[in-house]
Write a protein that binds this ligand. Structure first.
Ligand code: HEC
Length: 108
């Protein structure tokens, strides 16, 4: 009985892992469009564009949905968010939230 529980746990952990990585990888692919402004890993140098690297995943999901719905209005981002599906938003948010970034305090 214990062995069966152990195997069930392993399968659960493993499938969860695979799912998370798939989202990350898809997010990385989809981020090519965003990198022109936000930088390759979300750590863009240009201060006109907010850094996305290391931001909380839920915050990024919320922000992208807000642009998409028009709740948050920005001429540039509204256009990009309009073309994202719910899955795109989750994948991109997973990718950017896992980059090293906002945990590093900017010098100015
Ligand atoms: C042409 C430049 C440009 C591109 C390309 C671009 N963005 Fe943005 N992004 C901006 C600007 C400018 C802002 C700040 C807008 C504002 O003031 O709300 C922003 C803001 C954001 C924010 C909110 C950040 C915060 O801290 O609140 C997110 C999330 C975001 N972008 C994600 C993306 C994603 C994902 C893509 C690709 C699908 C993308 N952006 C493509 C320029 C761009």
């Amino acid at each position: 009985m214990k062995n069966i529980l152990y195997i069930i746990c392993l399968v659960f952990v493993f499938s969860h892992q695979v799912h998370a990585d798939a989202s990350y990888d898809r997010g990385k692919d989809k981020s090519a469009t965003c990198s022109a402004c936000h930088g390759a890993d979300g750590n863009g140098e240009n201060k006109m564009y907010p850094r996305l690297a290391g931001q909380y995943k839920n915050y990024l999901i919320h922000a992208l949905n807000a642009y998409k719905s028009g709740e948050r209005n920005n001429a540039i981002m509204s256009g990009f968010a309009a073309g994202l599906s719910e899955q795109d938003i989750i994948d991109l948010s997973t990718y950017y939230s896992k980059q090293k970034g906002l945990k590093i305090i900017p010098k100015n």
